[in-house]
Design a protein around this ligand. Sequence first.
Ligand SMILES: C[S@@+](CC[C@H](N)C(=O)[O-])C[C@H]1O[C@@H](n2cnc3c(N)ncnc32)[C@H](O)[C@@H]1O
Length: 292
Amino acid sequence: MSSFTSAQAALNWGAEHLLSKSPSSRLDALLLLARAMHCSKEQIIAGPQHPLTAAQEAQFNQFIARRARYEPIAYILGSQEFWGLPFKVSPAVLIPRPETELLVALALEALAGWQGDRTPRVLDLGAGSGCIACAIAHSMRAEGRSVQVVALEGSGAAVEIAHQNVLQLGVNELVELRHGDWNEFTCAELFDVVVSNPPYIAQGDTNRSPETDFEPKEALFSGVSGVEAIAAIVKLLPRMLVPGGVAFMEIGIDQAARVKELSSSTLQCCGFKQDLSGRDRVAVFRFTPAER
Ligand SMILES: C[S@@+](CC[C@H](N)C(=O)[O-])C[C@H]1O[C@@H](n2cnc3c(N)ncnc32)[C@H](O)[C@@H]1O
C-alpha cells in the first residue's frame, strides 16, 4: 500500500517538492507520476482519486528525487517530442530544443521550391539524436516527396541513439547516419541544403540552466569564443554545397554580428531568421562560387 491516499495527493506532494527547482513543477510531477503509474497524464487528470501501489510510489519518489537534482525530465523519461514526433534521448545526446524546429522549417521551405530532376540532398552536421534529419525526412515523406538526408555525428554513443530514432520513425530509407568528425568529412556528392545546430556556448559561460550539466559537453561548448564550431563549419561549406546551395545554422542569441563576419565572397551570410522572441537564431549562408 502506498502512503499517498490518491494520485492527486502524490501529485500535490511532488509538485510542492519541485517548486523551487523547476518553473514547471506541477507539469513535471504530473509527467513523472504518469510514468510511475504506467498511464497517461490525461488518465490521472480524469481519475485523480486512483490509488498508487507501493512500487509505484517508490518509483515516483525516485523520479522526484532525480528531478530535484535538476536532471532533465527528458532524460528521466527517456524521450522528448520534437516537430510533433517522439524522439528517444539519453545523456549521450543533446535534448532537442523547440527553437531548433526553426531549422527544420527553413530547410523544408528551401526544399519546397526544389526544381531539380533528381532527389534533393540534405546534410545535417552534428546530428545528435537525429531530430533534425528525421523531422525533415518524415515531413518530406508525409508530403509524398523524396529526399536523401545524410546525418553526420562525431559521438558514437549519439549515433546509436540516432539510429534507434531513424528506425522508430521509419525513415531509415531516407536518412543515412554517418559517424565521424565534420572536419574530416568527405562526400562524393554535394548537398543542396546543409543544416546544423552546432555547439555554440563559450567555455566557462556560467549563464545556463543547471539541467545542461547533464548534457554532453561536446554538444554544448565550442572554444573560448563560442563560435569556433560555427567558424569551422563555415570554412567547410564550400566543399559540401552545390553552387547556389544554402546552409542554415543555429547560433547563440548574441552571436549574429560575429557570424556575419565569417562571410566570404563565395559563401555569403545572407541574413538571419528570428525565433519567436524576435532574436536572430539561424544564420543563412549561400554558396555562390566565382565564375570560371
Ligand atoms: C548542439 S548538438 C545538436 C544535436 C542535434 N542536432 C539537435 O539539434 O538536437 C551538436 C552535436 O554536434 C556534435 N559534434 C560536435 N563537434 C562535432 C564534430 N567536430 N564533428 C561531428 N559532430 C560534432 C555533438 O556531438 C552534438 O551531438
